[in-house]
Design a protein around this ligand. Structure first.
Ligand code: GAR
Length: 221
């Protein structure tokens, strides 16, 4: 089996990167991480990659006069490492149209909401403000608009009555750590692909019971 060469872009903590690193250790996993790039010097995720012997690079957006120049440097580094698939894992910069085009359908992002709801920042606080009862996370192919693009996979979690943005973030993050390796496996193995801006493929989506939040029996026992 040839493993797809994966590049990961980060800006911070790198817990999703860590989940991908762990997944890639499994025999038979169809991807391996060959480069981690951070736009933030000292990002915690860099140390996680180094601890696993994965090459890292800092490309600081502040060192570039324009978004185009920054993305060109990013693109050059990824091509240099012969990256075939790109994963944004907490990479908090918008890409230029040219960059998005050059990685079209080879570029994934994870976002901590059930897209297309709650794109952008401060997701969990906005979910709580709206009184939403089920939230979750999404892995999708990257398009030019923020947190947009064909959806590969989603996971749902309940929003609890006493949730704070932090407690909800922690519950969603746990799901993210399982979802991202799952989605990358689907894409890297060729099990799914994009057709007409939808992700389709060989995976069977099993019929499962609906998730109710609050549960149906709440308060009526
Ligand atoms: C994750 O929750 C990820 O979904 C989010 O940033 C966090 C990064 O955490 N990404 C976005 O909000 C993208 N719009 P991590 O650095 O520990 O993986």
């Amino acid at each position: 089996m040839t493993r797809k060469r994966v590049g990961v872009l980060i800006s911070g903590r790198g817990s999703n990167l860590e989940a991908l690193i762990e997944a890639c250790k499994a025999p038979g996993y169809p991807a391996k991480i060959v480069l981690v790039v951070s736009n933030v010097p000292g990002a915690q995720g860099l140390a996680r990659a180094e601890a696993s012997g994965i090459p890292t690079l800092i490309i600081n957006h502040k060192d570039f006069a324009s978004r185009e120049d920054f993305d060109a440097a990013l693109d050059g580094a990824l091509q240099g490492a012969q990256v075939e698939l790109l994963c944004n894992a907490g990479f908090l910069r918008l890409h230029t149209e040219g960059f998005v085009r050059s990685w079209w359908n080879r570029h994934l992002n994870i976002h901590p909401s059930l897209l297309p709801a709650f794109k952008g920042l401060h997701t969990h606080a906005r979910v709580l403000d709206e009184g939403v009862k089920i939230s979750g996370c999404t892995v999708h192919f990257v398009r030019s608009e923020m947190d947009c693009g064909p959806i590969v996979a989603q996971a749902a979690v309940p929003v609890l009555v006493r949730d704070t943005p932090d407690s909800l973030a922690a519950r969603v993050l746990e799901a993210e750590h399982r979802l991202y390796p799952h989605a990358l496996r689907l894409v890297a193995s060729g099990a799914v692909h994009v057709e007409g801006e939808r992700v389709v493929g060989m995976t069977q989506i099993r019929d499962q019971p609906a998730i109710f939040s609050p549960p149906l029996d709440e308060g009526f026992d």
